[in-house]
Design a protein around this ligand. Structure first.
Ligand code: PEP
Ligand code: MN
Length: 332
């Protein structure tokens, strides 16, 4: 439920009302927007006398929110959330490109790719250290050493880094990581989400392989419920009956999410298509659809990549994609 307050309500009046509501067992989330001040009420609002609330001098109106995600709901928080990473902003009118290899393979590899994607317009370096692989016999990532190499690349290029966590027990290793990625396979690992809710680090929450938008927002809700609002949603394609592409990019999720939630949403055209030559058109389409950023796999030697070579762009191809995306953004 939300209570929209009248303009010119004083902080003291808001505090008194908040205490009154908390006294009825509700959690109160205050959102002060440009035009409205909104109190988001979470808990068993069935016990609340809504007519009484609506009749209070400072309350303009009271509305029930039917969606199960409350904190992530735009009705709760009408302004876009802007996530800040080392001085960079994602969300609102701010757009960032994250690029890098699927997996960190060696110091030379990550440094070469980091420098080239930075020169071509990427602002955040991606790279998998802990890799969720379908087969236990495939390369599992350099794990803690991979994070060390990403930190070295960050030191040398100044780019913030994003890398995937698979187990909350590894959180200590992520202390200097700038954005913690929750991969598609862990979107509903609720214990992991709860732990990340206790952190204040930005979380890149990828959509699960076969999850609805509402399930995805409920996963974001787990993180916000713990107090961490620094969430970036990442559409990375969903599993359908189509076989020419690795997944099916659900681009309609972007404008839909922009209606439903205040959280920023980025698109990963690499995992969504699985085909390097499809990355450029899908990246351009994502920018046109209103995404707040992109995550793109880039490798200096895609043919010999240890993971996801078929969908990885060369640095030259990435440069062209970044240029085209910037042109689209200019038109918007
Ligand atoms: C990745 O980004 O490296 C990855 C494994 O992606 P996803 O979780 O979307 O499959
Ligand atoms: Mn990959």
């Amino acid at each position: 439920m939300i209570a929209i307050l009248k303009q010119n309500t004083t902080p003291e009046q808001i505090e008194n009302l908040t205490k009154w509501l908390e006294g009825r067992g509700l959690k109160v989330h205050l959102s002060i927007g440009e035009f409205h001040t909104i109190l988001g009420l979470i808990g068993d609002t069935g016990l609340l006398d809504t007519e009484l609330l609506e009749g209070l001098e400072i309350v303009e109106s009271v509305k029930r929110i039917s969606e199960p995600f409350k904190n992530a709901n735009r009705k709760f928080h009408p302004d876009d959330t802007i996530v800040e990473v080392c001085g960079l902003k994602i969300g609102g009118s701010h757009f960032q490109i994250m690029a890098g290899p699927c997996s960190v393979e060696s110091e030379a590899q990550i440094l070469e790719i980091a420098k080239s994607v930075k020169a071509s317009g990427a602002s955040i370096l991606r790279g998998g250290a802990f890799k969720p692989r379908t087969s236990p016999y495939d390369f599992q990532g350099l794990r803690a050493d991979g994070i060390e190499l990403l930190l070295e690349a960050k030191k040398q290029t100044g780019m913030p880094i994003v890398t995937e966590i698979m187990n909350a027990n590894h959180l200590e290793l992520f202390e200097h990581v700038d954005i913690i990625q929750v991969g598609a396979r862990n979107m509903q690992n609720f214990e992991l989400l709860k732990e990340l809710g206790l952190s204040r680090k930005p979380v890149l929450l990828k959509r699960g392989l076969a999850n609805t938008i509402q399930e995805w927002l409920m996963s974001a809700e787990y993180i916000i419920a713990g107090g961490n609002r620094n969430i970036i949603l990442c559409e990375r394609g969903i599993r359908t009956f189509e076989t020419y592409t690795r997944n099916t990019l659900d681009l309609s999720a972007v404008p839909m999410l922009r209606e439903l939630t205040h959280l920023p949403v980025v698109v990963d055209p690499s995992h969504a298509s699985g085909v390097a030559r499809l990355v450029k058109p899908m990246a351009m389409a994502a920018a046109a659809a209103g995404a707040h950023g992109l995550m793109i796999e880039v490798h200096n030697d895609p043919v010999n990549a240890m993971c996801d070579g078929a969908q990885s762009l060369t640095p030259e191809q990435f440069k062209e994609v970044a240029e085209k995306v910037n042109k689209i953004r200019g038109v918007l």
